[in-house]
Design a protein around this ligand. Structure first.
Ligand code: NAD
Ligand code: WQD
Length: 341
């Protein structure tokens, strides 16, 4: 029987989760996936199994189904949990706030209850730079006051508070709230990647869909920000680097007490036009665009101070924007219709 530490990965069939399964396997962990497939395809799991040559267990379970979740935890007895499962579309959360609160908050509460019962007290949670609200001072450090500008962001904020509270009440808890900046890119194999349903909300999948011919042009939301070229600036982080940050966070849990929040970004900002040009170079295709009005709720600039991740996790990003675009393009070109193709 294998002695690899078992890690429960909620939302493991999703974009970031599927990449993290590979990083966990490579680092000698035994991941077990729980996902309701609400925003994912079983093909992602099949492809991860093929890439790793490992029979990663998969359970199609909704986190809010306590008895089913308890059964999975009793069967596999995980030593830690990486909690990705949640709904993540900002605009949808404004239109359907109760669905977001129900899914993200109740799902997490049920998960924490089941893990406590099983005495599994180690957690890495998918938080987001969205918890910095519209903070203006760059780079963003973890001690910037937190706020939220939409229901999705509020679920992340509430869950961070929830984890601080449970860790204060039960001293065996160790939680790492990883605040991701803008995850992009794909596994270099081109076998797994981001596969948004419907029209992509985020820049990178929209750009790759234009490059591959699925959409006629990109709309650039505002070119009159006070940034070097007038377009919005973000800290894009390669999903493979992000996956490795989770492995580093797991390894660092024993040396912390309670909860810690850690930024996961590169520390470098890129503008929309820079991303577009980098994708044109990676794909060898022209990417037509039109300038549109600013999108409500967008900030001009957002990038991380990632020095705490370096100090606490011994982690730093390794991939640059060129690699992010090359890998995102390889995935899109090989899978023009995503997993459905
Ligand atoms: P994703 O939608 O690809 O993955 C989330 C997974 O969770 C999906 O596979 C979905 O089916 C599953 N899921 C949702 N609700 C569930 C439930 N109640 N029970 C079981 N499974 C459920 O998203 P992603 O981009 O991989 O993001 C993963 C996490 O990281 C999310 O919590 C997201 O909010 C957070 N995050 C994402 C980004 C980003 O830009 N992608 C940025 C910051 C934070
Ligand atoms: C990036 C830049 C847009 C699309 C969102 C969430 C955040 C986090 C990551 C989960 C901005 C511009 C975009 C388009 C454009 N998710 N843009 N045309 O808004 O930084 O963050 O995803 O936690 O919570 O808010 O990312 O990729 O949507 O936008 O011009 O079609 O690209 O204005 O400057 P964002 P994004």
């Amino acid at each position: 029987m294998s002695t690899a530490p078992v890690v429960l990965v909620t939302g493991g069939a999703g974009y970031i989760g599927s990449h993290t399964l590979i990083a966990l396997h490579e680092a000698g962990y035994a991941p077990v996936v729980v996902d309701n497939l609400d925003n994912a395809s079983l093909r992602a799991i099949e492809r991860v199994r093929a890439l790793t040559q490992a029979q990663i267990p998969f359970h199609q379970v909704d986190l809010r189904d306590g008895p089913a979740l308890s059964q999975v935890v009793a069967q596999h007895q995980p030593q830690a949990c990486i909690h990705f499962a949640g709904l993540k579309a900002v605009g949808e959360s404004v239109a359907q706030p109760l669905r977001y609160y129900h899914n993200n908050l109740l799902g997490t509460m049920e998960l924490l209850r089941v893990l406590e019962e099983a005495e599994c007290f180690h957690m890495v949670f998918s938080s987001s730079a969205t918890v910095y609200g519209d903070a203006q001072e760059m780079p963003l450090t973890e001690d910037v006051p937190l706020s939220a500008t939409n229901p999705y962001g509020r679920t992340k904020l509430f869950i961070e508070h929830m984890l601080f509270d449970v860790a204060a009440a039960q001293k065996r808890w160790r939680c790492m709230n990883l605040r991701y900046f803008n995850p992009v890119g794909a596994h270099p194999s081109g076998q797994i990647g981001e596969d948004p349903s419907g029209i992509p909300n985020n820049l990178m999948p929209f750009i790759t869909q234009v490059a591959v011919g699925r959409r006629p042009h990109l709309q650039i939301f505002g070119d009159d920000y006070s940034t070097p070229d007038g377009t919005g600036v973000r800290d894009y982080i390669h999903v493979v680097d992000l996956a490795k940050a989770h492995v580093a966070a797991l390894a660092a849990l024993p040396k912390i007490t309670g909860c810690e929040a850690v930024n996961v970004g590169t520390g470098r900002g890129s503008s929309v036009l820079e991303v577009l040009r980098a994708m044109e170079a990676a794909s060898g295709r022209a990417i037509p665009y039109q300038v549109a009005p600013r999108r409500a709720g967008d900030v001009a600039v957002s990038y991380a101070d990632p020095s705490k991740a370096q100090r606490l996790l011994g982690w730093q990003a390794e991939h640059d924007l060129t690699a992010m675009c090359q890998d995102a393009w390889r995935w899109q070109e090989q899978n023009p219709q995503g997993y459905a193709g």
